[in-house]
Design a protein. Sequence first.
Lengths: 375, 593
Amino acid sequence: MTNASVYIHIPFCRSKCVYCDFASFAGMDHLMEPYISSLVTEIGHAHPMTADTLYIGGGTPSHLPASLLENVMGAFNNKFRLADGAEMTIEANPHSASREMLETAKKLGMNRLSIGIQSFNDRLLKTLGRPHTANDAVDTIAQARSAGFANISLDLIFGVPGQSAADLIADLEKAVALSPEHLSVYQLTLEEGTPLEEMVEKGKVMMPDDDEQLAMYESTVDFLKKAGYRQYEISNFAKPGKECRHNLAYWMGDEFAGFGSGAHSFTEGVRYANPDDPEDYIRDVTVGGESGVEILTDDKDKIIDFLLMRLRLVDKALKFEEINSKFEIIFEEVYNSALKNIEKHGFATISNSGFQLTSKGLVFLDSLLLEFEKV
Amino acid sequence: MRNIRNFSIIAHVDHGKSTLADRILDVCGAVSEREKQAQMLDQMDLERERGITIKAQTVRLNYTAKDGNQYILNLIDTPGHVDFSYEVSRSLKACEGVLLLVDSTQGIEAQTLANMHLALEQNLAVIPVINKIDLPAADPEMVKHQIEDVLCIDSSEAILASGKSGIGVADILEAVVARIPPPKGDKDAPLKALVLDSWYDSYRGVVVLARIFDGVMTPNMKARFMGTGAEQIIAQIGVFTPFGKEVQSAGPGEVVFMTAAIKNIADTKVGDTITESLKPAAEPLPDFKEATPMVFCGLYPIEGANYNALREALDKLHLNDSSFHYIPETSTALGFGFRCGFLGLLHMEIIQERLEREFNLNLITTSPTVSYRVTVKPGDVRIIDNPNSLPEQYDFIEEPLIKATIFTPDEFLGPIYSLIEEKRGVQEKLEFIGPKRVMLVARFPLNEVVLDFFDKLKTATKGYASVDYEEAGYQQAQLDKLDILVNGDPVDALGFIVHREKAYTFGRDIVSKMRELIPRQMFDVAIQAAIGSRVIARETVKALRKNVTAKCYGGDITRKRKLLEKQKEGKKRMKQIGSVEIPQTAFLAVLKR
Ligand SMILES: Nc1nc2c(ncn2[C@@H]2O[C@H](COP(=O)(O)OP(=O)(O)OP(=O)(O)O)[C@@H](O)[C@H]2O)c(=O)[nH]1
Ligand code: SF4
Ligand SMILES: [Mg+2]
């Protein structure tokens, strides 16, 4: 690995949102200190490298006391040299991101802030079980600006039970009015075992149907395009030059190093996963200084793994050369039938040098991957 | 030989045959306390789970009678369900008498009568037993009247008993000794033994169960199967007590199992006669009447690669149940498989389950059908047991009929009449066999019966009616071939022959069920039911609008992977029909109905 993308996971949240099944935990703040010292240990065991990007995600990193964040960054700076113009993102949630926290983050070198807004509609925030209001969100953004963050990304969610097409447009309008550099707009997915799933099953709330969801997706793409945000990934939009470089590394199939519970790494073609449970993670690190197990993948699956990330990128044709040199195959021959098949149905365009999903293909990516799986 | 008694226990389903056999085993001290189990002779898991006997079981017992003499009793516990009556008639070939059980709370039911007829056809001594008299609802007087009226047997011959409490069991054994004649046979004549049953044992190969009529059988003897012509040195002979026990010789009247180095399954056939090669009998014993399958279906391995395993399994299972038929067939939807014939729906279900359990297979069965007689043109008559073989042009088509004998409390006659009408039946006879019980005989097209007749009868009579049926020829009928098309491609596994009046509802029903079960795809899927080029029902599965994961969680690719694996797993169980993928479950649901 030459230059690295580094991910650090902070699993703590103030409360658990009803739709969330990430490796995040509420009511575990007593673990913060031992967790951070384990993080420091794990990072201490890493190979020294030059970092192109750093992403501190969660959970809710802004929920950490400023001093613990300083500890983490201390360990990071000891181990990694920063590349020129490195992108350094930290995630924050409204309300938990105090002025002090934002200033500390800025001081520690963070130059990009990703804020989990989800919606500017208090009714929908309530449905989602978010512990903040729309006003809190506007406040946090203002604070972040005044703390000096010049690169801000907002997360929004659409397809929330009870959300109308007009509600979505209102959210997008409010977001755009605050002129963030970057927007992530995710469709709400019903995850197994979440309280939201139970609510839906019991008929307390209703998810929008497929047609409504597709319409919402399309109007989002449309609206943001007109507002000057380019869709560069299925759910991500940016002003020119403001694409998230850290996430681009994932999508391009580049390697990365992850630290903390639930964090994954990808080095020398091998993927590793740390345990999701912070206590397991702390135990691993306490015992062995490190954590994580290898995820076994055969060569064929490695290609699929690559495709499932890489094909998410919009307007970025996949060159056969790019994939052939990575996996030492002749992709266009081995996967010829799958390519022909998806082209026939209008899901992709193929040229001599590569192929690209159409906008129709993009929204069927999961189905299309199965075509490649068949090979 | 004078001290041998061979008898079967026969009765309607659940009248207590296997339980009474347990008590007889007890009295004869056949099993120790530790080995004891309820329905001891129901050895298959399937039998124990369902609480029914599927296979007849033979057991040899030693009994000391009141006269002080020792007797050898060969008892055969038989199944009661109509689908297994072939097991009963085979068992009776080895017997000189039967215990005919009647549940004293139920009275005479359809298979009581049918099985008694089987015994009388073979001139066997019949000992009527009025069973379950321990129950408060027992009504032995009612049963006695029925025995007189319906079975035409002197009811003073009947023994009151309970297989549960043991009442009357001693009387039964004395009656067996006194009223069932000993076997006849010539010990010095050439060996003649009738193959009653056979099965495949992975250690010993083919095991054969045979009843000796003449001569003596010993290990090391060179035996010849007169029908197949195969010759083998006998390795072992033995008896079931109920546990297998080797013996050194067996003579006329005895029922023994036999092993030899039989590798070729086709060498043995139930109903064949075994003789001694060096001293052969001149004539074989009369063979069994072949069982005629009534219900047919296609049987396919869910994983196409298991075709050979299925063939092997069918060969082995057929050793143990020669009443089902199978020949290879292919289907574009389901791949390579077999067209099989069965004696009834339960038989079909049991065979499928045995194949799956005993041979570790996953199977899919096509909708049960019957065999039609199609006159293509004068002189060209074909039997069609697969709807897809129906020629496009023909003069006329005839459907098989059955004669059903229904025993029921008279209060249900109303609903039964409606059912007869719904199922295109014709009533032939109605007879009161007691103040509140009737015996009704009606003719039905078999295809109506195969559909859901038994379920409907059960509902109509709250489970109080019983039915027996037999073949009753053919009748000309207005029948059509109904196809199911998916985006214009006919699904060959879903071809049906249906009565013209019912085609519309039938087609609608299937099409709407399919619509529920076919997952949305990347394009619209049209499902149609058609007779020839005329579409009679249509539904559309709307195309999927979107299928993409909204969010990837940092570098964690495992979630996406899992999702993909789940989709892939689903795909594995799909069959490609044209460009459409149909889940196996959709076939199953439609085919099961
Ligand atoms: N109370 C009472 N119950 C009995 C008696 N004999 C059998 N049963 C019950 O009746 C049910 C059927 O008994 P089985 O012995 O399996 O009947 P079967 O005739 O062998 O049934 P198939 O082999 O399926 O035809 C079981 O639940 C028995 O426990 C009896 O004498 N008294
Ligand atoms: S804040 Fe984010 S990580 Fe935490 S519970 Fe809510 S959605 Fe999950
Ligand atoms: Mg039984």
